[in-house]
Design a protein. Structure first.
Lengths: 886, 119
């Protein structure tokens, strides 16, 4: 018998069966009449004998085997009908679900894209990075061991690994007749790299083993990243075959990679590695494990090789016993090393709480709705529905609601995902990560909708799938709500909601405080209207200090003379941040081992450019600068080292300048470590924001100069508008000097704030949503309780209760619930906070002020949410209330 | 016919497999509608076996689903529409098998009961 025809003709078969049984009944009646009974008697007797016709039909249909589908269809139709009949409840429930599921899905897409499957590479799970456990590793980098080219070639010969590749950085200076001079990090890779990763080129081809000749010398070819191709060649397909001059060597462009491929770089390019080089540069090695071989065996082979290599060049390996370990590439992503993992975990917990609040809300709504239908359940149970059948009905309803909420949630996630991605702190997730609503995320959405449906469906299912028949039928339709158990459960759910909302609000308060701290802390200098750009000297130029000082003076003269520039200065490396760390000692005393001071080399106008005030003494005079005098400025923290005495005129010994410098570093002739202090300047935040200022000393940059400088400008308008003029001036002086990373000071400050803002926005949004949902929940429950007790209110008013009395009566319960929820929530927050010691919010911890803030906001919202329906109850006309009995 | 308490007590609960076998046997003689089958069952068992409607129709539909009977709508002698069931070839084979099993079972039970009665 064809099953398809069975399904499609279902209705036909149903009516057939009905007809068949009617025929049977008719025949039974006829037989009785024929044997002498009256028609009425016959009919009654026949019916009695036949039994429960609908039940017989049901059982018979059950033999068809499709009963589950039939019942499911029934349940779905019924659920939809009921949802349409109670639009307020349905809309509120859908809203709650949309918010809860939407937030979860959006966050999961971040987790999936950044942590679970960030890489577009071929079988990323197979890739391993070698590390050496044991004593301190001299060639260690973020937990991986680096190998030289020769060592790598030995590794490549090991049978343990299916494929290998190695990567190294190289600073490339891009020059060229039709391109701006720039400095950037090119990526040197072994010739098998692109095949190893398994990503084909977008245009042209990738570097292949054939590009390296037998002697190990690579062809001069380069593969561009998508970002580089867009920026420099403007996406022109004719970029293939063009030449790039890198470090004055021509390279031919042979290919462009697709946008998502960002291995080691997003913005530069890949070059083949020189395999015959004797260099000791450490390379990062990637390995693909061979299937069929155990990982222990592979690690052992590597260990043996390490031992052999260590015997040849012991300086590259740690001393003593070495034990090679193969780390999975997926574990060591940027996401885990930068603390982003912890960040995301906390966010996941927060969104889980939000989802829980949504579930509790919907459970409450469902409870209320089912209460109105308790008579219906009693009836169905009486005519033969089993308990499981009723429960299935309820679960179908909740699942339907959950799926609808899930669809809405996904739509919501789609709209907010762009905003979230824009806020994610740069470099905290892998370049190649793509965060979008894709297949796996949708699967997650479906899964979480089902789980949500089960969760909030449980409460009403448990309560109503076993109705107390007699009582429910006796009482009115809504009377069952008076049952203590029902009310207690609803109130308990509200308390839970409040507690969860409190926890969310506590976390948000921490995030907000941290953000405010990051953005309003006085840093000690003025970042507005200021910008910095890094200057990189060409590799083979400016070997002597005189040349460097001359360049410095010339550049500053030209740049200061530009219209719109108020002040210009040259510093080293990182501007107000960072700098060289050096040991020191004061006034000829012996230095304490390990104590360090930050050393910054500056030109004379630096203080004015950055906006650091001079507190005592004076800045550098032009003569002191020119003559490379051994003078120094100290910040206030450093000044305290002299124990309260004025350090002006005293001496400080900066250990750093006691060494001899080789290129690329240069120092003035006769430079020595003894400096005389000529002034004290204001403190700046020169370390992590939450930490106190570190002692710092400023020296004239004519004393010592590295190959990288920082040019800083203060302008009277938008600093970035000066870039073109700046570039022109630098080009005129020396076109081989590269300008890199031009940013305004405000932008640099902003970088710090990005993570704080990210967390504040997300935690704050979750808290706001949680609070809103809790408020809706309170409003609904109080409203519902009111409607159930309309009669009672009428009686009370008739007996003399005023509006105020009614209000107070209602609010009493609300206040109790709120207080209980607050206590639970705050208690949980404190407990969790003590346990996790997270550094996500700086050093802020939950204190009385935060708790007070949370309490105030929550109480206000809760009381308002409960007051509205209570106020309405008070305004009832007692006569109508009394009449509204069923 | 009125029911007597005697007849109620004599009603033996028929196991599902047994009922199937009896229905197939009845249909062996020719096609019949549901009421007719119930009548025949009562008549041929001397009023001892009276199958409930609630068991009969599920059983018939089950047999149909297994492919042992087939059904068609037809006309009764009184020219009324009714659904007639007839046995199929597969059904005949199933019947033969069921009978063999039943006879084996009956012999086995008899074998146990016999010696007890003798002593």
């Amino acid at each position: 018998m064809a099953y398809w025809s069975q399904i499609f003709r279902f209705d036909q078969r149903k009516s057939d069966l009905e007809a068949e049984l009617q025929v049977h009944l008719r025949m039974a009646i006829e037989e009785r009449i024929a044997s002498g009974e009256s028609p009425d008697e016959a009919r009654a007797a026949a019916l009695r004998e036949l039994g429960n016709l609908p039940l017989i039909e049901d059982v018979t249909r059950a033999t068809w085997g499709w009963q589950w589908l039939e019942q499911f269809g029934q349940d779905v139709r019924f659920a939809l009908r009921d949802m349409v009949k109670t639009p307020h409840v349905t809309v509120t429930a859908l809203l709650s679900l949309m918010l809860g599921i939407g937030a979860s899905v959006a966050l999961f897409s971040v987790v999936y894209g950044a942590m679970i499957a960030p890489y577009p590479y071929f079988k990323p799970g197979e890739i391993r990075l070698p590390a050496i456990e044991g004593s301190k590793d001299p060639y260690d980098w973020w937990g991986r061991h680096l190998y030289t080219v020769k060592e790598y070639q030995e590794i490549a010969k090991l049978p343990a690994f299916q494929a290998t590749m190695a990567v190294g950085n190289e600073w490339e200076m891009l020059t060229g007749p039709d391109m701006d001079t720039e400095g950037m990090n090119g990526v040197r890779v072994t010739d098998g790299m692109f095949n190893f990763l398994g990503v084909p080129a977008l245009l042209g081809r990738t570097i292949q083993p054939s590009d390296t000749d037998a002697a190990g010398k690579p062809a001069q070819v380069v593969v561009l990243s998508y970002g580089f191709w867009q920026r420099v060649f403007h996406g022109d397909a004719h970029a293939l075959g063009k030449t790039l001059m890198l470090n004055r060597v021509p390279y031919t462009v042979i290919g462009v990679m697709p946008q998502r491929f960002g291995f080691w770089t997003y913005k530069t390019f890949w070059l083949p590695m020189q395999m015959n080089s004797p260099s000791n540069q450490g390379l990062v090695v990637f390995l693909r494990v061979r299937r069929g071989m155990s990982e222990d065996e592979e690690a052992r082979q590597l260990s043996d090789l390490n031992q052999r290599l260590a015997r040849m060049t012991p300086a590259h390996f740690p001393q003593g016993a070495m034990h090679a370990v193969l780390h999975s590439a997926l574990d060591l992503t940027a996401a885990s090393t930068s603390g982003m993992r912890q960040n995301i975990n906390l966010l996941l917990i927060a969104v889980g709480l939000l989802l829980l609040i949504a579930c509790v809300n919907v459970a409450n709504l469902q409870l209320a709705r089912m209460t109105a239908r308790s008579r219906e359940f009693a009836m169905r149970s009486a005519i033969g529905a089993g308990r499981w059948r009723l429960m299935r009905q309820l679960l179908t309803e909740s699942t339907l609601l959950a799926l609808a909420g899930g669809v809405l949630g996904v739509l919501l996630a789609l709209t907010v995902i762009h905003g979230i991605v824009a806020m994610i702190p740069q470099d905290s997730i892998p370049n190649e990560a793509r965060i979008a609503i894709n297949g796996p995320v949708l699967l997650f959405a479906a899964g979480i909708s089902m789980v949500t449906g089960m969760l909030f469906g449980l409460a009403p299912a448990v309560q109503f799938a076993r109705p107390d028949l007699a009582r429910a039928l006796k009482e009115g339709g809504g009377g069952a709500s008076g049952s203590l158990r029902g009310k207690a459960m609803r109130n308990a759910l509200v308390v839970t909601e409040i507690a969860l909302a409190v926890v969310l609000m506590a976390s948000a308060s921490l995030a907000i405080r941290f953000f405010l701290q990051v953005t309003t802390t006085d840093r000690g200098f003025k970042p507005d209207h200021a910008m910095s750009v890094a200057l990189v000297l060409p590799a083979n130029g400016y070997k002597t200090m005189e040349e460097r000082s001359a360049l410095n003076a010339e550049l500053l003269k030209r740049v200061s003379g530009l219209p719109g520039v108020e002040a210009a200065a040259m510093g080293d490396g990182g501007g107000p941040y960072g700098g060289i760390r050096s040991g020191y000692s004061l006034d000829g005393q012996a230095g304490v081992k390990g104590q360090q001071i930050i050393v910054s080399l500056i030109s004379g106008d630096y203080l004015r450019t950055i906006g650091i005030p001079v507190k005592s003494g004076g800045g550098f005079t032009p003569e002191e600068e020119q003559k490379a005098a051994h003078v120094a400025l100290v910040n206030e923290t450093a000044a305290k080292l002299w124990g309260g005495e004025n350090p002006v005129g005293r001496h400080i010994h900066v250990d750093f300048l006691g060494q001899t410098f080789k290129p690329p570093f240069a120092a003035a002739v006769g430079v020595g470590p003894d400096m005389t202090v000529v002034g004290v300047v204001g403190d700046t935040k020169n370390f992590i924001l939450e930490s106190p200022t570190q002692p710092q000393v400023y020296l004239p940059n004519t004393l010592y100069a590295g190959p990288g400088w920082l040019l800083m400008l203060r302008t009277d308008g938008d600093p970035m508008k000066m870039m073109d003029a700046l570039r022109a001036q630098v080009q005129q002086v020396d076109s081989s000097v590269a300008l890199v990373n031009a940013m305004t000071m405000d932008q640099i400050m902003g970088l710090e704030a990005i993570r704080a803002r990210f967390n504040m926005t997300l935690f704050g949004t979750f808290a706001a949503l949680g609070l809103m949902l809790a408020a809706i929940g309170i409003y609904c429950v109080i409203s519902y309780n009111m409607t159930q007790r309309i009669h009672e209110i009428g009686v009370r008013m008739a007996l003399g209760a005023t509006r105020g009395d009614i209000l107070r009566w209602v609010m009493r319960t609300l206040v109790k619930m709120t207080l209980l929820g607050l206590a639970l929530g705050l208690g949980a927050s404190f407990a969790v906070e003590r346990m996790t010691h997270t550094t996500l919010f700086g050093t802020n911890s939950l204190d009385a002020a935060s708790a007070a803030g949370v309490t105030a906001v929550l109480t206000a919202v809760a009381l308002l949410a409960g007051w509205l329906p209570a106020h309405r109850a008070g305004k009832l006309n007692p006569v109508n209330a009394l009449r509204s009995e069923f | 016919m009125a029911r007597t308490t005697q007849q109620y007590k004599n009603r033996i609960e028929l196991l599902q497999g047994t009922l199937d076998m009896l229905l197939l046997q009845i249909l062996q003689r020719g096609s019949m509608h549901g009421y007719g089958i119930a009548q025949t069952l009562r008549a041929r068992s001397a009023e001892i076996l009276q199958v409930e409607t609630g068991s009969l129709y599920p059983a018939l539909h089950r047999l149909e689903r297994q492919g042992w009977v087939a059904s068609d709508w037809g006309q009764t002698e009184q020219n009324q529409r009714a659904k007639f069931y007839r046995i199929t070839a597969a059904g005949k084979r199933q019947l033969a098998e069921n009978r063999k099993k039943w006879e084996t079972m009956a012999a086995a039970i008899a074998g146990i009961l016999e010696p007890a009665q003798e002593s």
